[in-house]
Design a protein around this ligand. Structure first.
Ligand SMILES: [Zn+2]
Ligand SMILES: [Zn+2]
Length: 427
């Protein structure tokens, strides 16, 4: 089958700047670039992309798809439906399923379920330790052979520096990046929001920025010593951004990501006690949000990832102290990146594509993705950068509706998502 994405504005590191271009797809790969206006082969299907941006498919390095084990919150199929609706062609589910993805059988199961759904690609992340309980290392090599692209104990960060050191050495030997949820729970335990003025006013127990900073610094030191590749998940503090910036300058092999909610919202969003503002790490104060935005601007931050964390409405309906951590994010991320970053002049479109596609592909060693070069996999996100639309939780493809952005209006959205040459979503 031949498919032509015609006359779009290509944003790709391999494309010459500011040129319109058509992308010809043949048998799930990019077969060539055609000049604007040039007709494709006779037998090809045409998608008119004039006035639209055409980017290498977006890759969300950090999601929770809840299958196996908590299918009432999300399944791999429903998570992938939300992903492609939000413009993501690939997602990387964290291992905190039930059972935990700490072995090749579960990794394989996730990939099989994704293939059945036939929407987004799923590249699972395996656990660092068995059951993510922080004691015994998982079989990283077997998981990698089954298709895992990284390891992480997201949500249950390895508390013991000795075990983390061994984990980094082990992961390094398999060339697997270690994705690091940095939180020293001895400092954050019992906390439900950022520790500061607002937590005092609201009478809620705080999680200090220090809990994140201290763990980031510990793991940078371990990475420097072991030579492992680490990727700091969801940076949210000034200290974390500064530590990453310094470590990169020193040549430590590390990268980091930020979530859309951490560059958009501050702790003040918690004031109405809406449990859809409760997540870990928590929404921080203005100075931290500004530091994160600075990190996006100056290249310290490598990726935008959603940390899509679906929870059932009944669970989020509990009081703030007792509700689970996490919000959905797959369908609002691109709208937030365009509205809050691109249209406000923080970053340009090329940098956004780098953060959402080029860099995630590089960090996870996904060869043939994160680019539209001839021969690469035809995963493509087509964007209308100025389309005005309003997000509604009630219309979400996710099984869960726990987003704080219900009713928010955005400038820009994915209008078509193409995975392996197949149009899997059209707005
Ligand atoms: Zn996390
Ligand atoms: Zn997470």
């Amino acid at each position: 089958m031949k498919f032509l994405i015609k006359d779009g504005h290509l944003i790709d590191p391999a494309a010459p700047e500011n040129t319109g271009m058509s992308v010809l797809i043949e048998d799930s790969r990019v077969a060539g670039w055609l000049r604007p206006g040039e007709a494709g082969p006779e037998d090809c299907e045409v998608f008119d992309a004039s006035g639209l941006l055409v980017a290498p498919g977006f890759i969300d390095m950090h999601v929770h798809l809840r299958e196996p084990g908590q299918e009432h919150k999300e399944t791999i199929a429903s998570g992938c439906a939300a992903a492609v609706a939000g413009g993501w062609t690939s997602v990387c589910p964290m291992p905190n399923t039930n059972p935990v993805n700490d072995n090749a059988a579960i990794t394989r199961y996730m990939i099989e379920q994704a293939a059945k759904a036939g929407l987004a690609n799923v590249f699972p992340i395996g656990a660092i330790t068995k059951s993510s309980d922080g004691s015994e290392l998982s079989e990283m090599g077997e998981m990698k052979a089954a298709g895992a692209v990284a390891v992480s104990d997201d949500g249950r960060p390895v508390p013991n520096a000795g075990i983390m050191r061994r984990a980094m050495q082990y992961a390094r030997d398999f060339d697997l990046p270690v994705i690091d949820h940095c939180e020293d729970k001895s400092l954050s335990a019992g906390g439900v929001m950022h520790e500061g003025r607002t937590s005092l006013l609201l009478g809620l127990k705080g999680m200090p920025a220090l809990a994140e900073d201290i763990d980031v610094v510990r793991d940078i030191l371990l990475a420097r010593e072991t030579g492992a590749r680490i990727h700091i998940a969801h940076v949210s503090t000034k200290g974390a951004v500064e530590a990453v910036r310094l470590a990169k300058r020193e040549g430590v092999n590390l990268t980091c990501e930020v979530t859309p909610h951490h560059f958009t919202l501050t702790e003040e969003a918690v004031e109405g006690y809406d449990t859809n503002t409760k997540m870990a790490p928590p929404l921080r104060s203005r100075e931290h949000v500004d530091a994160v935005i600075e990190g996006l601007k100056d290249g310290t931050i490598d990726a935008i990832a959603t940390d899509h964390a679906p929870h059932h409405a009944d669970e989020k309906a509990l009081e703030y102290d007792r509700a689970p951590f996490g919000i959905t994010g797959l369908e609002t991320a691109l709208g937030l990146a365009l509205t809050e970053l691109v249209h406000k002049g923080v970053i340009d479109l090329a940098r956004m594509v780098e953060l959402c596609s080029v860099n995630p592909a590089r960090i996870l060693n996904l060869s043939g993705r994160g680019t539209l070069a001839v021969g690469s996999v035809a995963d493509i996100t087509v964007i209308d950068p100025t389309l005005e639309w309003t997000y509604r939780n009630s219309e979400s493809r996710s099984k869960s509706k726990n987003s704080p952005f219900d009713g928010r209006t955005f400038q820009g959205a994915a209008v078509a998502t193409i995975v392996g040459g197949k149009l899997v979503h059209r707005r």
